[in-house]
Design a protein around this ligand. Structure first.
Ligand code: MLT
Length: 266
């Protein structure tokens, strides 16, 4: 994997496809750019796909000790695009990747020529969720990621995937197990501290696609539909038989939606 020293840390990324048009794929928590493998295997014609790892994850360097903030990750993504001499990109973020996409909109809006928000939300954590995350971060630092990951795996996937796709279940399990305790803890702190992005929604002017897994229990499809309604002109699609990770659970259906959207981005 290529990597570059950016903003005082090492950022690694995967790449596929060729073209002037760039799709930046931002991964979920606590996964890595490996979650975009199916998309990287079939890039749309004339599109270059870039899938970075946030600090602490995949091939990137360690997460900042004081927390992986969404703003910090957004600044790393902006620095990576500058390093790769990419002036603008369609930014596609799934869950935590969506939170980072919102931070890019706030801090680096001129870099975005389109937006794909998958299984994510604009609202910040409730006080209860925030407290739960900080407790989990302390548990992970003390005892490792094992219990946290065993609890998280089934909540990421649809009943259909859990029942019928053992290879997908085990591949997501392997990806989760690769996350270090330091990265999981740092990201939990960053997720808990993220700001409210709902005031941004009405002001989004770039073409936007919202995608939700029909059976997502972490960021439910009904909430994603409401988010799409708040974004002027946004498209909204549901991927059936998918939970929180539709790009892994139903890559063909996810690809149809993504490619149809990209074909219409000027
Ligand atoms: C993710 O998939 O990135 C996380 O579930 C996000 C979150 O916990 O809010």
């Amino acid at each position: 994997m290529p990597a570059a020293e950016l903003n005082g840390g090492s950022i690694a990324w995967r790449e596929a496809g060729e073209g002037d048009r760039v799709l930046l794929l931002l991964h979920a928590f606590p996964l890595s750019s490996a979650m975009w493998t199916a998309q990287l295997e079939t890039p749309p014609p004339d599109w270059r796909l870039i899938a970075p790892d946030f600090r602490g994850f995949g091939g990137s360097g360690p997460a900042p000790a004081d927390g992986l903030t969404m703003d910090g990750a957004a600044d790393d993504m902006a620095a990576l695009l500058a390093h790769l001499e990419v002036p603008t990109a369609v930014v596609c973020g799934l869950s935590m990747g969506g939170y980072v996409a919102f931070a890019m909109l706030r801090r680096h809006a001129r870099l975005l020529r389109g937006l794909v928000l998958c299984d994510t939300r604009a609202e910040p954590d409730t006080a209860e969720t925030r407290a739960g995350r900080l407790e989990k971060a302390a548990g992970v630092r003390q005892s490792g990621t094992g219990a946290f990951i065993s609890e998280m795996l089934p909540s990421l996937l649809s009943p259909f995937t859990l029942k019928n796709r053992p290879a997908v279940v085990s591949s997501v399990g392997v990806q989760l197990a690769e996350a270090s305790a330091g990265a999981v803890s740092a990201a939990l702190h960053g997720l808990a501290a993220r700001p409210d992005s709902t005031p941004l929604l009405r002001s989004i002017t770039v073409p936007t696609q919202v995608i939700a897994g029909a059976d997502d229990r972490i960021t439910p499809a009904g909430e994603a539909r409401m988010m799409a309604r708040a974004i002027p002109g946004a498209r909204f699609d549901i991927v059936e038989d998918a939970g929180h990770l539709p790009n892994i659970e139903q890559p063909a259906d996810f690809g149809v939606v993504l490619k149809a959207f990209l074909a219409g981005v000027p």
